[in-house]
Design a protein around this ligand. Sequence first.
Ligand code: NAD
Length: 432
Amino acid sequence: MKITIIGSGYVGLVTGACFADLGNTVICADNDEKKIDMLGRGEIPIYEPGLEELVKKNKAKGRLVFTTDVKKATRDSTVIFVCVGTPPREDGSADLTGIEKVSRTVAESMDAYKLIVEKSTVPVETGEWVKDTINRFKTNDCDFDVASNPEFLREGSAIKDFMNPDRVVIGVESEKAGEILKALYEPLNTKIVVTSIKGAEIIKHASNSFLATKISFINAVSNICEKVGADVTSVAEGIGLDRRINTHFLKAGIGFGGSCFPKDLKAFIHISEKLGYKFDLLKEVDRINEMQKDLLMEKIARLVWNIRDKEIAVWGLAFKPDTDDIRSAPAIDVIRRLVKEGARIRVFDPAAMERSMEELKVEGIKWCKDIYETSDGADCVILMTEWNEFKEVDWDKLKKILRQPVIIDGRNLYDPGKLKAMGFRYAGIGRN
Ligand code: NAD
Protein backbone atom coordinates (compact mmCIF):
# COMPACT_ATOMS: atom_id res chain seq x y z
CA MET A 1 0.00 0.00 0.00
CA LYS A 2 0.95 3.64 -0.32
CA ILE A 3 0.89 5.32 3.05
CA THR A 4 1.49 8.88 4.19
CA ILE A 5 2.49 9.65 7.74
CA ILE A 6 1.92 13.22 8.91
CA GLY A 7 4.15 14.01 11.89
CA SER A 8 7.47 12.15 11.89
CA GLY A 9 8.35 12.15 15.58
CA TYR A 10 8.73 9.17 17.92
CA VAL A 11 5.49 7.55 16.77
CA GLY A 12 5.34 8.73 13.14
CA LEU A 13 8.90 7.80 12.27
CA VAL A 14 8.71 4.37 13.86
CA THR A 15 5.31 3.72 12.26
CA GLY A 16 6.60 4.85 8.87
CA ALA A 17 9.80 2.80 9.05
CA CYS A 18 7.95 -0.31 10.22
CA PHE A 19 5.21 -0.08 7.57
CA ALA A 20 7.94 0.39 4.95
CA ASP A 21 9.75 -2.67 6.28
CA LEU A 22 6.53 -4.64 5.88
CA GLY A 23 6.71 -3.85 2.15
CA ASN A 24 4.59 -0.71 1.86
CA THR A 25 5.65 2.54 0.19
CA VAL A 26 5.73 5.21 2.86
CA ILE A 27 5.97 8.99 2.71
CA CYS A 28 6.91 10.53 6.04
CA ALA A 29 5.86 14.18 6.13
CA ASP A 30 6.61 16.76 8.79
CA ASN A 31 6.51 20.56 8.89
CA ASP A 32 9.81 20.68 10.76
CA GLU A 33 12.30 21.38 7.96
CA LYS A 34 15.32 20.66 10.13
CA LYS A 35 13.97 17.22 10.98
CA ILE A 36 13.19 16.36 7.37
CA ASP A 37 16.64 17.59 6.23
CA MET A 38 18.28 15.35 8.82
CA LEU A 39 16.17 12.35 7.80
CA GLY A 40 16.99 13.06 4.17
CA ARG A 41 20.70 12.82 5.04
CA GLY A 42 20.07 9.52 6.85
CA GLU A 43 20.40 11.06 10.33
CA ILE A 44 17.84 10.13 12.98
CA PRO A 45 16.62 13.04 15.12
CA ILE A 46 15.70 10.83 18.09
CA TYR A 47 17.39 8.07 20.06
CA GLU A 48 15.54 4.81 19.51
CA PRO A 49 17.36 1.45 19.37
CA GLY A 50 17.35 -0.11 15.87
CA LEU A 51 15.60 2.82 14.19
CA GLU A 52 18.60 4.13 12.27
CA GLU A 53 19.25 0.76 10.60
CA LEU A 54 15.56 0.31 9.75
CA VAL A 55 15.28 3.79 8.23
CA LYS A 56 18.51 3.39 6.23
CA LYS A 57 17.50 -0.03 4.89
CA ASN A 58 14.06 1.07 3.73
CA LYS A 59 15.31 4.38 2.35
CA ALA A 60 17.85 2.50 0.27
CA LYS A 61 15.13 0.20 -1.07
CA GLY A 62 13.12 3.28 -2.12
CA ARG A 63 10.20 2.40 0.19
CA LEU A 64 10.64 5.31 2.59
CA VAL A 65 10.86 8.98 1.63
CA PHE A 66 10.71 12.22 3.61
CA THR A 67 9.10 15.52 2.76
CA THR A 68 7.85 18.79 4.17
CA ASP A 69 5.18 19.00 1.47
CA VAL A 70 2.22 17.68 3.46
CA LYS A 71 -0.29 18.53 0.72
CA LYS A 72 1.50 16.56 -1.97
CA ALA A 73 2.12 13.71 0.46
CA THR A 74 -1.65 13.61 1.08
CA ARG A 75 -2.43 13.49 -2.63
CA ASP A 76 0.13 10.75 -3.24
CA SER A 77 -1.35 8.15 -0.83
CA THR A 78 -4.73 6.68 0.01
CA VAL A 79 -4.07 6.02 3.67
CA ILE A 80 -3.02 9.00 5.80
CA PHE A 81 -1.81 8.40 9.35
CA VAL A 82 -1.94 11.46 11.58
CA CYS A 83 0.88 11.24 14.14
CA VAL A 84 1.32 14.86 15.26
CA GLY A 85 1.75 15.78 18.91
CA THR A 86 -1.21 16.34 21.24
CA PRO A 87 0.56 18.07 24.15
CA PRO A 88 -1.10 18.98 27.43
CA ARG A 89 -2.59 22.42 27.97
CA GLU A 90 -2.43 24.22 31.29
CA ASP A 91 -5.83 22.83 32.38
CA GLY A 92 -4.82 19.23 31.57
CA SER A 93 -6.81 18.99 28.35
CA ALA A 94 -5.11 17.85 25.13
CA ASP A 95 -4.04 20.57 22.74
CA LEU A 96 -5.61 19.47 19.46
CA THR A 97 -4.58 22.42 17.30
CA GLY A 98 -2.09 20.18 15.43
CA ILE A 99 -4.83 17.66 14.65
CA GLU A 100 -7.11 20.46 13.41
CA LYS A 101 -4.39 21.94 11.21
CA VAL A 102 -3.61 18.59 9.64
CA SER A 103 -7.32 17.87 9.09
CA ARG A 104 -7.61 21.17 7.20
CA THR A 105 -4.51 20.53 5.14
CA VAL A 106 -5.78 17.07 4.22
CA ALA A 107 -9.21 18.50 3.34
CA GLU A 108 -7.68 21.15 1.10
CA SER A 109 -5.45 18.69 -0.76
CA MET A 110 -7.73 15.66 -1.18
CA ASP A 111 -8.39 14.80 -4.83
CA ALA A 112 -9.60 11.19 -4.40
CA TYR A 113 -10.82 8.82 -1.66
CA LYS A 114 -8.68 9.07 1.50
CA LEU A 115 -8.68 7.13 4.73
CA ILE A 116 -7.53 9.47 7.49
CA VAL A 117 -6.32 7.54 10.51
CA GLU A 118 -5.83 9.13 13.93
CA LYS A 119 -2.75 7.53 15.44
CA SER A 120 -2.02 10.38 17.79
CA THR A 121 -3.55 9.95 21.24
CA VAL A 122 -6.71 12.02 21.29
CA PRO A 123 -9.74 12.44 23.58
CA VAL A 124 -12.97 10.70 22.68
CA GLU A 125 -15.03 12.56 20.06
CA THR A 126 -11.95 13.96 18.27
CA GLY A 127 -12.90 11.78 15.29
CA GLU A 128 -16.18 13.71 15.04
CA TRP A 129 -14.24 17.00 14.87
CA VAL A 130 -11.85 15.62 12.26
CA LYS A 131 -14.78 14.50 10.06
CA ASP A 132 -16.54 17.82 10.51
CA THR A 133 -13.39 19.82 9.70
CA ILE A 134 -12.70 17.82 6.54
CA ASN A 135 -16.30 18.22 5.39
CA ARG A 136 -16.12 21.97 5.94
CA PHE A 137 -12.78 22.55 4.22
CA LYS A 138 -12.61 19.98 1.43
CA THR A 139 -12.25 21.60 -1.96
CA ASN A 140 -13.02 18.49 -4.01
CA ASP A 141 -16.16 16.43 -3.65
CA CYS A 142 -14.42 13.15 -2.88
CA ASP A 143 -15.26 10.46 -0.35
CA PHE A 144 -13.23 9.92 2.76
CA ASP A 145 -13.28 7.87 5.94
CA VAL A 146 -11.89 8.69 9.34
CA ALA A 147 -10.55 5.91 11.57
CA SER A 148 -8.84 5.64 14.93
CA ASN A 149 -5.84 3.38 15.34
CA PRO A 150 -4.16 4.26 18.64
CA GLU A 151 -0.52 3.40 19.10
CA PHE A 152 0.76 1.42 22.09
CA LEU A 153 4.52 1.31 21.36
CA ARG A 154 6.93 2.23 24.14
CA GLU A 155 9.95 4.41 23.55
CA GLY A 156 13.10 2.33 23.96
CA SER A 157 11.49 -0.78 22.47
CA ALA A 158 9.35 0.96 19.86
CA ILE A 159 10.21 -1.19 16.84
CA LYS A 160 9.77 -4.46 18.70
CA ASP A 161 6.48 -3.21 20.15
CA PHE A 162 5.19 -2.05 16.78
CA MET A 163 6.10 -5.31 15.05
CA ASN A 164 4.89 -7.58 17.91
CA PRO A 165 1.91 -5.82 19.50
CA ASP A 166 -0.33 -7.50 22.09
CA ARG A 167 -3.19 -6.30 19.90
CA VAL A 168 -4.04 -3.76 17.23
CA VAL A 169 -7.05 -1.53 17.87
CA ILE A 170 -9.02 -0.26 14.91
CA GLY A 171 -11.94 2.14 15.31
CA VAL A 172 -13.94 2.46 12.09
CA GLU A 173 -17.32 3.46 10.76
CA SER A 174 -17.18 1.85 7.32
CA GLU A 175 -16.40 -1.62 6.06
CA LYS A 176 -13.96 -0.19 3.51
CA ALA A 177 -11.88 1.54 6.20
CA GLY A 178 -11.88 -1.63 8.31
CA GLU A 179 -10.74 -3.79 5.39
CA ILE A 180 -7.88 -1.41 4.47
CA LEU A 181 -6.56 -1.29 8.04
CA LYS A 182 -6.95 -5.02 8.60
CA ALA A 183 -5.00 -5.72 5.41
CA LEU A 184 -2.27 -3.31 6.49
CA TYR A 185 -1.83 -5.02 9.86
CA GLU A 186 -2.31 -8.60 8.62
CA PRO A 187 1.45 -9.31 8.35
CA LEU A 188 1.82 -8.70 12.10
CA ASN A 189 -0.31 -11.79 12.75
CA THR A 190 -1.85 -10.42 15.91
CA LYS A 191 -5.30 -10.04 17.44
CA ILE A 192 -7.13 -7.11 15.86
CA VAL A 193 -9.86 -5.46 17.94
CA VAL A 194 -12.36 -3.72 15.70
CA THR A 195 -14.61 -1.17 17.37
CA SER A 196 -16.13 2.26 16.80
CA ILE A 197 -13.94 5.35 16.49
CA LYS A 198 -15.09 6.52 19.93
CA GLY A 199 -14.40 3.09 21.37
CA ALA A 200 -10.84 3.12 20.02
CA GLU A 201 -10.23 6.63 21.36
CA ILE A 202 -11.40 5.55 24.82
CA ILE A 203 -9.29 2.36 24.71
CA LYS A 204 -6.07 4.39 24.40
CA HIS A 205 -6.83 6.83 27.21
CA ALA A 206 -8.19 4.10 29.46
CA SER A 207 -5.17 1.82 28.84
CA ASN A 208 -2.63 4.47 29.77
CA SER A 209 -4.69 5.59 32.75
CA PHE A 210 -4.96 1.99 33.97
CA LEU A 211 -1.19 1.48 33.72
CA ALA A 212 -0.60 4.77 35.54
CA THR A 213 -3.03 3.56 38.21
CA LYS A 214 -1.00 0.37 38.71
CA ILE A 215 2.16 2.43 39.20
CA SER A 216 0.54 4.82 41.66
CA PHE A 217 -1.01 1.87 43.49
CA ILE A 218 2.33 0.19 44.12
CA ASN A 219 3.89 3.56 45.01
CA ALA A 220 1.17 4.03 47.63
CA VAL A 221 1.85 0.50 48.93
CA SER A 222 5.59 1.33 48.99
CA ASN A 223 4.90 4.14 51.44
CA ILE A 224 3.22 1.70 53.82
CA CYS A 225 6.17 -0.70 53.41
CA GLU A 226 8.60 2.07 54.32
CA LYS A 227 6.69 2.93 57.47
CA VAL A 228 6.87 -0.63 58.82
CA GLY A 229 10.21 -1.75 57.42
CA ALA A 230 8.83 -4.17 54.79
CA ASP A 231 10.37 -4.46 51.32
CA VAL A 232 8.05 -3.38 48.49
CA THR A 233 9.94 -5.42 45.88
CA SER A 234 8.95 -8.72 47.50
CA VAL A 235 5.48 -7.36 48.30
CA ALA A 236 5.04 -6.46 44.60
CA GLU A 237 6.23 -9.91 43.57
CA GLY A 238 3.75 -11.51 45.94
CA ILE A 239 0.94 -9.42 44.49
CA GLY A 240 1.98 -9.63 40.85
CA LEU A 241 2.42 -13.39 40.61
CA ASP A 242 -1.36 -13.59 40.80
CA ARG A 243 -2.10 -13.87 37.08
CA ARG A 244 -5.18 -11.69 37.42
CA ILE A 245 -2.87 -8.85 38.49
CA ASN A 246 0.52 -9.65 36.84
CA THR A 247 3.91 -8.19 37.68
CA HIS A 248 4.10 -5.55 34.94
CA PHE A 249 3.93 -1.92 36.04
CA LEU A 250 4.13 -2.93 39.70
CA LYS A 251 7.56 -1.42 40.32
CA ALA A 252 7.71 1.23 43.01
CA GLY A 253 9.78 4.28 42.14
CA ILE A 254 9.89 8.04 41.90
CA GLY A 255 6.71 8.13 39.84
CA PHE A 256 5.85 7.88 36.16
CA GLY A 257 6.84 10.50 33.62
CA GLY A 258 7.34 10.67 29.88
CA SER A 259 5.31 12.16 27.10
CA CYS A 260 2.30 9.88 27.54
CA PHE A 261 1.18 8.77 31.01
CA PRO A 262 1.01 12.16 32.79
CA LYS A 263 -0.53 13.87 29.77
CA ASP A 264 -3.01 11.12 28.87
CA LEU A 265 -4.10 10.68 32.47
CA LYS A 266 -4.83 14.40 32.78
CA ALA A 267 -6.55 14.49 29.40
CA PHE A 268 -8.78 11.54 30.36
CA ILE A 269 -9.72 13.23 33.63
CA HIS A 270 -10.49 16.41 31.70
CA ILE A 271 -12.60 14.87 28.95
CA SER A 272 -14.52 12.75 31.52
CA GLU A 273 -15.35 15.88 33.47
CA LYS A 274 -16.40 17.68 30.30
CA LEU A 275 -18.74 14.79 29.54
CA GLY A 276 -20.24 15.05 33.03
CA TYR A 277 -18.33 12.38 34.96
CA LYS A 278 -15.86 13.21 37.74
CA PHE A 279 -13.09 10.59 37.47
CA ASP A 280 -11.81 11.11 41.04
CA LEU A 281 -9.97 7.77 41.04
CA LEU A 282 -7.64 9.13 38.35
CA LYS A 283 -7.19 12.44 40.16
CA GLU A 284 -5.82 10.47 43.09
CA VAL A 285 -3.50 8.53 40.78
CA ASP A 286 -2.09 11.84 39.60
CA ARG A 287 -1.76 13.18 43.16
CA ILE A 288 0.11 10.06 44.37
CA ASN A 289 2.47 10.40 41.42
CA GLU A 290 3.32 14.00 42.25
CA MET A 291 3.74 13.09 45.91
CA GLN A 292 6.49 10.58 45.08
CA LYS A 293 8.73 13.50 44.11
CA ASP A 294 7.95 15.35 47.36
CA LEU A 295 8.85 12.21 49.28
CA LEU A 296 12.12 11.93 47.37
CA MET A 297 13.02 15.49 48.36
CA GLU A 298 12.26 14.60 51.99
CA LYS A 299 14.52 11.55 51.73
CA ILE A 300 17.38 13.65 50.41
CA ALA A 301 16.99 16.10 53.28
CA ARG A 302 16.81 13.22 55.76
CA LEU A 303 20.12 11.81 54.56
CA VAL A 304 22.19 14.94 53.87
CA TRP A 305 20.41 17.38 56.25
CA ASN A 306 20.48 20.82 54.53
CA ILE A 307 20.22 20.74 50.75
CA ARG A 308 21.71 24.22 50.30
CA ASP A 309 25.34 24.08 49.07
CA LYS A 310 25.30 20.29 48.84
CA GLU A 311 26.84 18.69 45.78
CA ILE A 312 24.29 16.21 44.39
CA ALA A 313 25.08 13.59 41.73
CA VAL A 314 22.10 12.73 39.54
CA TRP A 315 22.36 9.49 37.58
CA GLY A 316 19.93 9.54 34.67
CA LEU A 317 17.68 12.18 33.13
CA ALA A 318 15.48 10.37 30.62
CA PHE A 319 12.05 9.34 31.94
CA LYS A 320 13.11 5.72 31.40
CA PRO A 321 16.10 3.82 29.97
CA ASP A 322 16.85 3.48 26.25
CA THR A 323 15.36 6.80 25.25
CA ASP A 324 16.48 10.43 25.12
CA ASP A 325 12.95 11.62 25.89
CA ILE A 326 12.82 13.94 28.91
CA ARG A 327 9.23 15.15 28.52
CA SER A 328 7.74 15.17 32.08
CA ALA A 329 10.78 13.20 33.28
CA PRO A 330 10.86 13.15 37.12
CA ALA A 331 14.63 13.86 37.02
CA ILE A 332 14.10 17.24 35.38
CA ASP A 333 11.55 18.27 37.99
CA VAL A 334 13.71 17.04 40.89
CA ILE A 335 16.80 18.87 39.54
CA ARG A 336 14.80 22.10 39.29
CA ARG A 337 13.67 21.72 42.90
CA LEU A 338 17.19 20.92 44.13
CA VAL A 339 18.66 23.92 42.32
CA LYS A 340 15.94 26.12 43.78
CA GLU A 341 16.92 24.93 47.24
CA GLY A 342 20.53 25.88 46.58
CA ALA A 343 22.13 22.50 45.72
CA ARG A 344 24.86 22.14 43.09
CA ILE A 345 24.04 19.40 40.59
CA ARG A 346 26.37 17.07 38.71
CA VAL A 347 24.57 14.98 36.15
CA PHE A 348 25.03 12.24 33.58
CA ASP A 349 22.69 10.39 31.21
CA PRO A 350 23.83 8.11 28.37
CA ALA A 351 21.38 9.59 25.81
CA ALA A 352 19.45 12.56 27.16
CA MET A 353 22.22 15.13 27.90
CA GLU A 354 21.68 17.28 24.82
CA ARG A 355 17.91 17.55 25.24
CA SER A 356 18.32 18.24 28.97
CA MET A 357 20.83 21.04 28.34
CA GLU A 358 18.25 22.71 26.10
CA GLU A 359 15.51 22.21 28.70
CA LEU A 360 17.41 23.01 31.90
CA LYS A 361 18.86 26.40 31.27
CA VAL A 362 19.66 26.99 34.95
CA GLU A 363 22.88 27.82 36.77
CA GLY A 364 24.53 25.29 39.03
CA ILE A 365 24.57 22.18 36.82
CA LYS A 366 27.74 20.40 35.79
CA TRP A 367 27.29 18.07 32.82
CA CYS A 368 29.53 15.03 33.27
CA LYS A 369 30.78 12.19 31.08
CA ASP A 370 29.97 9.23 33.32
CA ILE A 371 28.68 8.29 36.78
CA TYR A 372 32.12 8.54 38.36
CA GLU A 373 32.80 12.09 37.19
CA THR A 374 29.27 12.91 38.38
CA SER A 375 29.96 11.48 41.82
CA ASP A 376 33.40 13.02 42.37
CA GLY A 377 33.14 15.02 45.59
CA ALA A 378 29.35 14.64 45.81
CA ASP A 379 27.41 14.48 49.07
CA CYS A 380 24.74 12.22 47.68
CA VAL A 381 23.95 10.10 44.61
CA ILE A 382 20.38 9.92 43.32
CA LEU A 383 19.58 7.21 40.79
CA MET A 384 16.76 8.55 38.61
CA THR A 385 16.82 6.30 35.49
CA GLU A 386 17.63 2.58 35.54
CA TRP A 387 19.92 2.48 32.51
CA ASN A 388 21.62 -0.92 32.05
CA GLU A 389 25.02 0.71 32.31
CA PHE A 390 24.16 1.96 35.82
CA LYS A 391 23.56 -1.59 37.02
CA GLU A 392 27.24 -2.51 37.38
CA VAL A 393 28.94 -0.02 39.68
CA ASP A 394 32.46 -0.15 41.14
CA TRP A 395 31.23 0.56 44.66
CA ASP A 396 34.74 0.71 46.21
CA LYS A 397 35.77 3.35 43.70
CA LEU A 398 32.53 5.22 44.22
CA LYS A 399 32.91 5.24 47.99
CA LYS A 400 36.40 6.72 47.66
CA ILE A 401 35.35 9.58 45.39
CA LEU A 402 32.12 10.58 47.16
CA ARG A 403 32.35 13.19 49.90
CA GLN A 404 29.57 11.36 51.75
CA PRO A 405 28.58 7.74 50.91
CA VAL A 406 24.87 8.39 50.44
CA ILE A 407 22.78 6.59 47.79
CA ILE A 408 19.15 7.34 47.06
CA ASP A 409 17.95 4.59 44.80
CA GLY A 410 14.90 5.99 43.03
CA ARG A 411 14.40 2.79 41.05
CA ASN A 412 15.24 0.10 43.63
CA LEU A 413 18.08 -1.07 41.39
CA TYR A 414 20.67 -1.85 44.04
CA ASP A 415 21.05 -4.29 46.93
CA PRO A 416 20.44 -2.33 50.15
CA GLY A 417 22.06 -5.00 52.36
CA LYS A 418 25.27 -5.05 50.35
CA LEU A 419 25.56 -1.27 50.20
CA LYS A 420 24.86 -0.82 53.89
CA ALA A 421 27.46 -3.47 54.73
CA MET A 422 29.96 -1.43 52.70
CA GLY A 423 29.20 1.65 54.77
CA PHE A 424 26.81 3.46 52.42
CA ARG A 425 23.74 5.22 53.77
CA TYR A 426 21.01 3.87 51.48
CA ALA A 427 17.39 4.80 50.87
CA GLY A 428 15.27 3.09 48.25
CA ILE A 429 11.57 3.45 47.50
CA GLY A 430 9.46 1.32 49.82
CA ARG A 431 12.45 -0.42 51.38
CA ASN A 432 14.99 0.75 53.91
P1 NAD B 1 6.62 14.10 18.59
O1 NAD B 1 6.55 15.47 19.13
O2 NAD B 1 7.87 13.31 18.73
O3 NAD B 1 6.24 14.12 17.03
C1 NAD B 1 5.23 14.90 16.46
C2 NAD B 1 5.71 15.40 15.12
O4 NAD B 1 4.63 16.04 14.46
C3 NAD B 1 6.84 16.41 15.20
O5 NAD B 1 7.93 15.97 14.42
C4 NAD B 1 6.22 17.71 14.64
O6 NAD B 1 7.15 18.49 13.94
C5 NAD B 1 5.15 17.14 13.73
N1 NAD B 1 4.05 18.07 13.42
C6 NAD B 1 3.35 18.84 14.28
N2 NAD B 1 2.42 19.55 13.61
C7 NAD B 1 2.52 19.22 12.31
C8 NAD B 1 1.82 19.61 11.13
N3 NAD B 1 0.83 20.49 11.18
N4 NAD B 1 2.21 19.07 9.96
C9 NAD B 1 3.21 18.17 9.91
N5 NAD B 1 3.91 17.76 10.99
C10 NAD B 1 3.56 18.28 12.18
O7 NAD B 1 5.39 13.31 19.27
P2 NAD B 1 5.25 11.73 19.47
O8 NAD B 1 5.90 11.32 20.75
O9 NAD B 1 5.59 11.02 18.21
O10 NAD B 1 3.67 11.63 19.72
C11 NAD B 1 2.74 11.81 18.68
C12 NAD B 1 1.39 11.34 19.16
O11 NAD B 1 1.44 9.93 19.45
C13 NAD B 1 0.92 12.01 20.46
O12 NAD B 1 -0.47 12.16 20.41
C14 NAD B 1 1.29 11.00 21.53
O13 NAD B 1 0.47 11.10 22.66
C15 NAD B 1 1.05 9.69 20.80
N6 NAD B 1 1.83 8.55 21.31
C16 NAD B 1 3.13 8.72 21.67
C17 NAD B 1 3.87 7.63 22.11
C18 NAD B 1 5.31 7.78 22.52
O14 NAD B 1 5.84 6.87 23.15
N7 NAD B 1 5.97 8.88 22.19
C19 NAD B 1 3.26 6.37 22.18
C20 NAD B 1 1.94 6.23 21.79
C21 NAD B 1 1.23 7.33 21.36
